[in-house]
Design a protein around this ligand. Structure first.
Ligand code: DP6
Length: 341
């Protein structure tokens, strides 16, 4: 019951890590567990067209916002090669992948999480169209497993809410091979959490994650960092339940600064925060001290700042951003997203 040709359309979100994945071994096995919020508005829409055409390696072409982008193809080729070990019929088809993001590419927002998870979802859909008997739960787990082979953080985008990836004894059922929905209680204060992404420098590139993960190999502080990440995740469990925003902010900010400290102390060293990133972090700390409002930041491997705050404080914090922080931003200024539940 093969299919000669067809088209599959899927959408998948990005996610923002609270406990950062930074360091891996083997075929996309994380050095430690990580935890993220899946986002609502930062999405990749992917259309996967396939035509029967047996070939050696899985053949494909990748288009982004309508343009052929050979520069994106090596990462996807690695993904297809790894996935073909689990889905042999990939070699029976030639694929054309058309993707677009709902967020500006020049924003420096990592798009591999939404991009690779969308591609994995499309391939699982194809497996189902070809007869695989997968219910919704099994399909999400399979897509998470496959997405991980393309990009580690992508495996966390297959579920809404808080998501864990990486085996950790504090979370039964957690795995290095795929992500799972965070299984414990979450206080309402964290449910509609807002993520406003300040665009510090237009077009500023994040550090290529493959290079970043490599920097952890032989890094003198790698072992304590991996242990710290797991300790921070364990400490977050009661905090997420009780709704203690102050403790939440403390842990989340420490994670972000720790990630950057690892890059600063690597060989070669990377200093990805720009002067305006630092200015924003100080302004956030000052604001918190003066007002006591629940607001904290996190950072990925780039200069942009993600501001996290509860929905109840949305207007107050947006006024603060417009009044005090916009001056440190470029281009569109900021993107307003929120955790998807
Ligand atoms: C800083 O998932 O992009 O965003 O597995 O090499 O594709 P690869 O890495 P990637 O790394 C993400 C790193 C991070 C932290 C995080 O999302 O946990």
């Amino acid at each position: 019951m093969g299919l000669k040709s067809g088209k599959i359309r899927v959408t998948s979100p990005s996610n923002i890590a609270l406990i950062k994945y930074w360091g891996k071994r083997g075929e996309q096995i994380p050095a430690h567990a990580s935890l993220s919020f899946t986002l609502s508005h930062s999405l990749t829409e992917t259309e996967l067209s396939f035509v029967e055409e047996p070939s050696e390696g899985p053949g494909f072409r990748f288009f982004f916002h309508g343009r052929h982008r050979p520069d994106f193809e090596p990462k996807i080729a690695t993904f297809f090669r790894r996935v073909a070990a689990h889905i042999p019929f990939l070699r029976d088809y030639h694929f054309e992948i058309h993707s677009r993001n709902t967020f500006p590419h020049s924003s420096g927002m990592a798009s591999s999480a939404s991009g690779m998870s969308a591609l994995a979802l499309a391939l699982v859909q194809l497996e189902r169209d070809l007869g695989a008997d997968l219910d919704a739960f099994a399909a999400a787990r399979r897509a998470s497993f496959l997405a991980r082979l393309g990009s580690g953080s992508a495996c966390r985008s297959l579920y809404k809410g808080l998501v864990v990836w990486g085996r950790i004894s504090a979370i039964p059922g957690s795995s290095d091979a795929y992500a799972i929905p965070y299984p414990y209680g979450v206080h309402p204060i964290f449910r509609g959490v807002q993520d406003t992404i300040l665009l510090i420098q237009r077009g500023q590139k994040s550090l290529a994650s493959s290079l970043g993960h490599e920097l952890m190999q032989g890094h003198p502080h790698a072992k304590p960092r991996f242990e710290e990440a797991e300790k921070n995740l364990e400490s977050l469990i009661p905090v997420l339940k009780s709704g203690d925003w102050e403790a939440f902010g403390g842990l989340v900010e420490r994670e972000a600064l720790s990630l950057h400290a690892m890059m600063m102390t690597a060989t070669p060293a990377y200093l990805l925060m720009l002067p305006n990133t630092v200015a924003v972090l100080h302004a956030v700390w000052d604001y918190r001290k003066q007002t006591g409002h629940p607001l904290c930041f996190t950072l990925d491997a780039g200069a942009n700042v993600h501001l996290l705050y509860p929905e109840t404080h949305r207007q107050l914090i947006l006024d603060f951003i417009d009044g005090e922080l916009l001056r440190y931003c470029q281009g569109q200024g900021y993107m307003a997203d929120r955790a998807a539940y």
